[in-house]
Design a protein around this ligand. Sequence first.
Ligand code: PRP
Length: 212
Amino acid sequence: MITLALSKGRIFEETLPLLKAAGIEVLEDPETSRKLILTTNQPNVRVLVVRATDVPTYVQYGGADLGITGRDTLLEHGSDGLYQPLDLQIAKCRISVAVRSDFDYATAVKKGSRLTVATKYVAISRDFFAAKGVHVDLIKLYGSMELAPLVGMADAIVDLVSTGNTLKANQLVEVERIMDISSRLVVNQAALKLKQAPIRKIIDAFAAAIGQ
Ligand code: PRP
């Protein structure tokens, strides 16, 4: 049995064509089904539906042989012991700093004043601002980061930006791009040894599908 861990939403949707290239079709839709283990047209391949931030953990502990997760998640939560053969170039977005449109970010950063930053990306934010020599107080949030500057809780947020619509809808502006994000294929090292042929077949099919 080959087990692939995926998260619902954009990563799931954008993985379907890659799976198809590998001859795998998921037979259930995680948006309508409550099932967490989805069957495929291949009797020996199944898909686990997990939280995006849990994908590396499932693969690390062998609950899944393979997983697909964002570079943001791997950087924030660590990727110890995971083999990362491919950048799949899917679910592309960026991690950026955003502030209220009336906040003078450039001056605040230049003056060396302390900046309060709300984010779920605490490690990425700490590294980014430390490299710039900016002092930050970080407030850890788990979602809806856009609210924090609006209610005066933070000067800035660090969050994923894709179309920019969420920022715009909340009168926030992107002031700095920290890094580009896309999703990676991660593989359990032991599974790679024990189930080498079927896992290699999937890696090779994905690589061919993305032109690598
Ligand atoms: C992400 C991110 C932003 C939004 C950006 O949230 O946190 O809120 O998408 O996308 P946009 O630039 O296209 O508007 P997501 O919907 O993934 O949910 P989350 O809050 O759980 O991260």
